[in-house]
Design a binder for this molecule. Structure first.
Ligand code: SF4
Length: 179
């Protein structure tokens, strides 16, 4: 077994005292860097660039980021849900480790653009100014080349400057047109 113990921390992500949304930060008791290419093969729809030391995917409304010594999970309702996610992740990672000799690792260096990657750089306010109900829906239509990214006017504000630069660069690399 690769992971024996994990350490869970919950971080409240909203200022409201009544908020029930947390991010879970899970510290791992082993370095799983070598396992990331195998996890990338087994986790359908994930984003992973070989050598980047980070793998991301979306599952049941949570954005999950796996790094060599830590996993983060967004939008967790409470501690009970966090503990269940934590246990599921530990079991999944140990299973992939156990079966890695039968899995072809993902070694591609260049990212395929996917909605989650675009979504992560958007303001994520679901303001609707682009004409889509959610930022995730907008991201999907940008990736499928149905909508230009500059329809998201909030992205042009200064506060999103860093995100804009990263996203524009990702789009250019994937040969999308960016004004
Ligand atoms: S305009 Fe931008 S921030 Fe607003 S919903 Fe569309 S993608 Fe999200």
């Amino acid at each position: 077994m690769l992971l024996e113990k994990v350490h869970l921390n919950l971080v409240n992500i909203e200022c409201m005292p009544t908020s029930i949304k947390f991010n879970a930060i899970i510290d791992l008791d082993a370095d799983i860097a070598d396992l990331l290419p195998y996890l990338a093969t087994e986790i359908r729809g994930c984003t992973y660039i070989h050598g980047s030391d980070e793998l991301n995917y979306m599952e049941r409304g949570h954005i999950i980021a796996i790094r060599p010594r830590q996993v983060t999970v967004t939008a967790v309702k409470d501690e009970e849900e966090a503990r269940q996610i934590c246990e599921d992740l530990k079991n999944m990672i140990n299973k992939v480790h156990q079966q890695r000799d039968t899995i072809a690792p993902t070694l591609r260096k260049q990212a395929r653009l996917d909605p989650l990657t675009v979504y992560r750089e958007l303001p994520r306010t679901n303001c609707g100014e682009c004409g889509e109900a959610t930022c995730m829906a907008f991201a999907a239509r940008v990736v499928s080349r149905e909508l230009p990214v500059n329809l998201c006017s909030p992205m042009l504000q200064n506060e999103y400057g860093d995100n804009r630069e990263r996203l524009w660069e990702l789009l250019r690399q994937a040969e999308y047109e960016v004004d």
